[in-house]
Design a protein around this ligand. Structure first.
Ligand code: 13P
Ligand code: SF4
Length: 384
C-alpha cells in the first residue's frame, strides 16, 4: 500500500447541522495520549458483557473497529442491530443516520449510543425534510405525486425515511439499490430518489437499463427544483442534487492515471462515485462487496479501490500478497466517520459502566413508526 506517504487531506462537512443534533463537547474525554486507552476500552467492554453490543461500519478507524462485535456495510449493520435483543446498549461506531436506523430497528428497552454526536454525514445533510416536502408539493402541482415512489438512500435522516414510509416508498442501501428500484417501479411510474444522485443514476442506468435522458436532477436550492413540469413528466428517475464528498473526489483522470501506473490493475469502486468514474471501473459495489472481492482475489492481483481510505488501508494491510491502492493520489478519509476515535469510545463505555447513558440517539415515536415502515419494506426485498 502506497497511500501512507501521501499528504493528508481530511474533508470538512460543509453546512453544519450539529446544533440540531445537540452535539456535546465533553470535558471528561480521556486524553488521546493516554497509554491505557486500549486497556480501558477492553476492561469497560468486559464489564458490560452481554448488555453491550458494538456495531462498526467498515469506514471506522482501526483503533475503534477492533472492538466491534459485528462489522458491516449499512445494510448488514441495519439487520444486525435488530439481532441482539438481549443487549441493553448498542454502541454504534458509525455515523448519525446509522445510529438512528439502529434505534428504529431495535426494541424500546434497548438504548443506542453514538460515541460522538458530531459524527454526521455531509450527504445526509444535503436533504432536509422541509426541502423534501417542498419537492413533493412540486410533484403534486405537476399531477405526478400519485405515480411517483419516493426512495431514500440509507444515508438520510429518520424524518426523511418516515416521509418515504408515509408516502408508499422505501429505504435502500448501496447493496440493494437495484432491488429497491425494481420494487419501486412495480409500485409506480417514477422514482424520486434522494439524497445521492450518483447512486440513483448509476443504479438506473447500469442496473435497470435506463438512459441518462430518463434521469433529471432536482436541485432543492432552485425554485421548483429547477425543473419544468414537462421535464418532470418525461423523467423516470428524479434524482436529488446530493452527493458524497468523499466518493465525489474520485475522477475519470484518477482511473486513467492508475491504469497507466499499474499495468493490469482492476478498478473497484463504490456506487456513490460519479457516473463517469463508474463507467470506467471494472467492478462496482457496496463496501461489503468490495471486501469480498478483494478477499477472494488471487495472490498477485492488483486493485485500485475507490472508497473511504480506512477501509482501503485495512484491505491493503490484510492482503500483503496483493497490490491494493487507493484510487486517488490524495489521501482522503471521511472526516465524520473519523470522529469516532478511541477517547470517545472509551468515554461512552465507561459512562455505561457507571450507569450513565451518554449521547443516546432516540427517534420520536411517530417518526420511528413510519421510518420503520420504509426500512421494513427494504428488509423484506428478496436477496440476490
Ligand atoms: P455502504 O455501507 O452501504 O457501502 O455505504 C457506504 C457509505 O458511504 C456509508 O456512509
Ligand atoms: Fe456520508 Fe460519504 Fe462519509 Fe458515507 S463516506 S458517511 S456518505 S460523507
Amino acid at each position: 500500500m502506497t497511500t501512507t506517504d501521501l499528504p493528508l487531506l481530511v474533508l470538512g462537512r460543509g453546512a453544519d447541522p450539529d446544533a440540531e443534533r445537540g452535539v456535546q463537547c465533553s470535558g471528561e474525554l480521556p486524553a488521546p495520549s493516554d497509554p491505557d486507552l486500549v486497556e480501558r476500552a477492553r476492561s469497560a467492554k468486559a464489564r458490560l458483557g452481554d448488555s453491550l453490543f458494538v456495531l462498526g461500519h467498515h469506514y471506522q478507524r482501526e483503533e475503534v473497529i477492533r472492538f466491534a462485535d459485528v462489522t458491516g456495510d449499512s445494510f448488514k449493520l441495519a439487520r444486525e442491530a435488530a439481532a441482539r435483543p438481549e443487549a441493553a446498549y448498542i454502541v454504534f461506531c458509525g455515523v448519525h443516520f446509522m445510529a438512528e436506523s439502529a434505534d428504529i430497528l431495535t426494541a424500546d428497552h434497548q438504548q443506542v449510543v453514538l460515541p460522538d454526536l458530531a459524527a454526521g454525514c455531509s450527504m445526509a445533510d444535503m436533504a432536509r425534510i422541509t426541502q423534501v416536502e417542498d419537492a413533493w408539493d412540486v410533484l403534486t402541482d405537476a399531477g405526478l405525486a400519485d405515480v411517483t415512489v419516493p426512495i431514500t438512500y440509507m444515508n438520510s435522516s429518520a424524518d426523511i425515511k418516515a416521509f418515504c414510509g408515509r408516502n408508499g416508498g422505501a429505504v435502500c442501501t448501496s447493496s440493494n439499490a437495484r432491488r429497491a428500484l425494481g420494487w419501486a417501479f412495480e409500485q409506480g411510474e417514477k422514482v424520486l430518489f434522494f439524497p445521492d444522485q450518483h447512486l440513483g443514476r448509476n443504479t438506473a442506468v447500469r442496473e435497470l437499463g435506463m438512459s441518462l435522458d430518463d434521469c433529471v436532477v432536482y436541485d432543492p436550492r432552485l425554485p421548483d427544483g429547477g425543473l419544468s413540469h414537462e421535464q418532470l413528466r418525461n423523467a423516470r428517475m428524479i434524482l436529488w442534487r446530493g452527493h458524497c464528498s468523499v466518493h465525489g473526489r474520485f475522477s475519470a483522470e484518477c482511473v486513467d492515471d492508475v491504469r497507466a501506473r499499474i499495468p493490469g490493475v482492476q478498478v473497484l469502486v463504490h456506487p456513490e462515485c460519479t457516473h463517469e468514474v463508474v463507467t470506467r471501473a471494472d467492478l462496482i459495489g457496496s463496501t461489503e462487496f468490495i471486501i469480498k472481492t478483494i478477499d477472494s482475489a488471487p495472490a498477485g492481483s492488483a486493485w485500485a479501490v475507490g472508497t473511504e481510505l480506512n477501509l482501503v488501508q485495512r484491505l491493503a494491510d490484510r492482503h500483503p500478497d496483493k497490490t491494493v491502492v487507493f484510487l486517488d493520489k490524495t489521501v482522503c478519509f471521511c472526516s465524520t466517520m473519523n470522529r469516532i476515535d478511541l477517547p470517545h469510545f472509551v468515554w461512552a463505555l465507561e459512562n455505561l459502566v457507571d450507569g450513565r447513558v451518554v449521547n443516546r440517539i432516540q427517534v420520536d415515536t411517530d417518526t420511528e413508526h413510519w421510518a420503520k415502515v420504509a426500512l421494513d419494506r427494504m428488509l423484506a426485498l428478496p436477496g440476490d
